[in-house]
Design a protein around this ligand. Structure first.
Ligand code: UTP
Length: 325
């Protein structure tokens, strides 16, 4: 079965990291976001992927072709008109009303996809959230979806649609998106997938939900770091670094160099990075980065970045109280 992965977005919420790297290639727990997604898809039997690229798309294409051996089709969405528009661009590559699995490029998930891909109905991955206003939500009766609402201002449901969509047949999706585009129906300025799916429901298509308990958003710095923490759970570090203390869980690239450092917990250290006289916890350090004489907490350091702190040399008298900034 084909998966469609839209990754054309700019990733503004993850700037400055996304100035030089597409969001999906940012490292989380030792692997780019899209690497986590591809591994799950392939394990579930997906053997072909249509990837909708745009911003820094060449880098995504090159990375995927280098690391995975399935059939890829890359489609460029040069104008970011919304998710529904991105999917609409795949229309020429979809044949015979075939079923489709769509997954957003910034959604790492932990769910058994095999039963989902065999569902007799179209089905959407959902998770209960406290504040549904940032999401598309599903209003359900039993397992059946009655209505979908994109980023509701009033609380109609707390079942957020988390970015995993199985479509039992693909034709009605494209018919709905055709309609949105022909009539220029946009929500919040974009052609929304939620609106297209709602049209399908109104046209009689049955949609159900499936629960996604493991759903790890990577769209913002704080969610990237919490996802890093969750995915690292259980990662024991076996290699020893003389003069260093490693507090699991961590991911440390084999070729990273550590000297006089305390690393962890919940920390990823990228390839060829050099860490000297530093304490780092709850952080992601990119590839070829250099971190010297500093204590880092909840930090994201990009590839090739260099951070050098300034160790203080002080003489403190009895009973003094000093707060160093
Ligand atoms: P987001 O809006 O969450 O991602 O879209 P973004 O645009 O990359 O990030 P921000 O909002 O600027 O920080 C969800 C997914 O849909 C894709 C994005 O690449 C992302 O994987 N998308 C969205 C497209 O491919 N095309 C679009 O027109 C819109």
């Amino acid at each position: 079965m084909k998966a469609i992965i839209p990754v054309a977005g700019v990733g503004t919420r993850l700037r400055p990291h996304t100035f030089s790297h597409p969001k999906v290639l940012l490292n989380v727990a030792g692997k780019p976001i899209i690497g986590h997604i591809m591994d799950k898809l392939i394990a579930a039997g997906i053997d072909e992927a249509i990837v909708i690229v745009g911003y820094l798309g060449d880098m995504v294409e090159e990375w995927l072709l280098k690391h995975y051996n399935i059939k890829f089709t890359f489609i460029t969405q040069s104008e970011l008109l919304g998710l529904a528009h991105a999917l609409w661009m795949c229309k020429p590559f979809i044949v015979d009303n075939e079923p489709l699995f769509i997954i957003l490029g910034d959604t790492i998930f932990d769910v058994d996809l095999k039963p989902v891909l065999q569902s007799p109905y179209s089905t959407l991955g959902v998770k209960e959230v406290e504040d549904p206003r940032r999401f598309g939500v599903a209003v359900t009766e039993g397992e059946k979806i009655m209505r979908l609402v994109e980023k509701p201002d009033t609380p109609v449901s707390n079942l957020a649609i988390v970015g995993l969509y199985f479509l039992h047949q693909s034709k009605p999706l494209f018919t709905s998106i055709d309609y949105l585009i022909e009539h220029e129906i946009k929500t919040k300025g974009e052609y929304q997938l939620t609106d297209a799916l709602q049209l399908m429901i109104e046209g009689g298509e049955i949609f159900t939900t499936f629960p996604v308990s493991g759903w790890y958003d990577c769209g913002k710095p704080e969610t990237l770091l919490s996802t890093n923490e969750i995915l690292l759970q259980g990662n024991a570090q076996t290699k020893e670094y003389p003069g260093c203390v490693i507090i699991a869980p961590v991911f440390i690239a084999d070729n990273a160099m550590l000297k006089n450092a305390i690393i962890g917990p919940n920390t990823t250290i990228g390839e060829h990075s050099v860490i000297t006289d530093a304490i780092i916890k709850d952080s992601i350090i990119g590839n070829d980065a250099k971190v010297v004489h500093i204590m880092l907490n909840h930090s994201i350091i990009g590839n090739n970045a260099s951070i050098t702190g300034n160790p203080h040399e002080i003489s403190v008298g009895d009973y003094s109280e000093i707060l160093v900034g």
